[in-house]
Design a protein around this ligand. Structure first.
Ligand SMILES: [Zn+2]
Length: 292
C-alpha cells in the first residue's frame, strides 16, 4: 500500500475523512517533530499527516524542526510528501484564492538546519529540479477541475521565494522578487524540500495564494487578518486536492529519480565515517554507507 505524507501549513491542521486513525509521537536523531503524526487510511492509501506549525500554530517558520519532521515521515514509511502552504502572490494573474503547483524555489532563508549531512559525513544531492515532477503532475491534474468549480485557477509551475520571516516583506523586496521573475513568496518550503530530496522522498507543493504581498498598488499590504480570511475559504479546496491526489498516486513503486536521489551523494570515505554519524544516518543512508 502506498503511504502519502501531508505537511499542512497555515490553516490546515488536520485532514478530514481519515479512518483507523492513530496518533504517533516520534523521536528522531534530529530532535522533536512539530507535533504527533496522524496516521490513517484514506480510501486505499495510508496517510500520514503533520501540522507544520504544530496544533494551535505554536511554531514560527524559523523555529520549525524541518529535519525531524522529514525524518519522522521516513520512519513512518512515507514515500510521497504533499506540502500544503499559504503564499503571497507576486503576479497579477495569480489571484488570491488561486493555487500554484510550484516547480522552483529561491532560497532567502537564514540560519536554518538545512541538511542531514555534516558532523563527519559530507554529502551533496542534486536540487536543480527541486520538486518531484510526477507528484506535481498529479497535483495539477486534480487541482485544475477543483479550482474551476470555485472560480479559481490552478497554475502549473512557478518560482517560490522562501523568505526567513517572520515579518512580511518590505515593498522594495517584494518589487525586486518580481523583477527576478519569482511568482509566489512564503516562509517554509525550504529547507523542507531540500530535506525531502536528501531523504529520497517525492515532494511537491500545493501553494495557496492568499494575498498580493505588498507590491500591488491597488491592494492593501498583506496582513494576518486578510491571509486568514482567504485561507478559511481555501482550506476545503486544499483538502479536496489532497484527497483526490491520494487516489491518483500510483500504488506501484515510484518510477521518478527521487528514490535514488542520494545514491551517489556521499563523498566521505566509508572507512572515515564516525560511528555516531553512521548511527544517526542509518535510516536514511544505511544502504549507501556499507558496513564499517
Ligand atoms: Zn519523485
Amino acid at each position: 500500500m502506498r503511504t502519502i505524507g501531508v505537511i499542512g501549513g497555515s490553516g490546515l491542521y488536520e485532514i478530514e475523512g481519515l479512518s483507523a486513525i492513530e496518533r504517533v509521537r516520534l523521536d528522531t536523531p534530529f530532535g522533536d517533530p512539530s507535533d504527533e503524526y496522524v496516521v490513517g487510511r484514506l480510501g486505499d492509501a495510508r496517510m500520514v499527516f503533520l501540522p507544520r506549525h504544530g496544533r494551535g500554530h505554536r511554531i514560527a517558520p524559523h523555529e520549525i524542526n524541518y529535519r525531524a519532521n522529514l525524518h519522522g515521515m521516513k520512519q513512518l514509511g512515507v514515500e510521497w510528501v504533499i506540502s500544503v502552504s499559504a503564499v503571497g502572490s507576486l503576479r497579477e494573474e495569480i489571484r488570491p484564492g488561486d493555487i500554484v503547483i510550484v516547480d522552483q524555489f529561491f532560497d532567502r532563508t537564514k540560519n536554518r538546519a538545512a541538511t542531514f549531512f555534516g558532523d563527519g559525513v559530507v554529502g551533496h544531492v542534486g536540487f536543480a529540479d527541486p520538486v518531484c515532477g510526477a507528484l506535481a503532475d498529479v497535483l495539477h491534474e486534480v487541482a485544475e477541475p477543483l479550482c474551476a468549480e470555485k472560480g479559481a485557477r490552478a497554475h502549473k509551475g512557478g518560482t517560490y521565494v522562501v523568505m526567513e520571516g517572520p515579518q512580511f516583506s518590505t515593498r522594495a523586496e517584494s518589487r525586486i522578487y518580481r523583477q527576478w521573475g519569482a511568482d509566489v513568496i512564503g516562509m517554509t518550503n525550504l529547507p523542507e524540500a531540500k530535506l525531502a530530496r536528501e531523504a529520497e522522498l517525492c515532494y511537491a507543493t500545493v501553494a495557496l495564494s492568499t494575498d498580493y504581498d505588498c507590491w500591488h498598488e491597488d491592494e492593501a499590504a498583506v496582513s494576518v487578518a486578510a491571509v486568514l480570511e482567504v485561507i478559511r475559504k481555501n482550506v476545503a479546496l486544499a483538502r479536496a486536492i489532497v484527497k483526490r491526489a491520494a487516489e491518483r498516486i500510483p500504488a506501484t513503486s515510484r518510477t521518478c529519480a527521487c528514490p535514488r536521489a542520494a545514491e551517489f551523494a556521499i563523498m566521505t570515505d566509508r572507512n572515515a565515517i564516525p560511528p555516531a554519524a553512521r548511527e544517526r544516518l542509518q535510516l536514511l543512508y544505511g544502504k549507501y554507507m556499507g558496513t564499517p
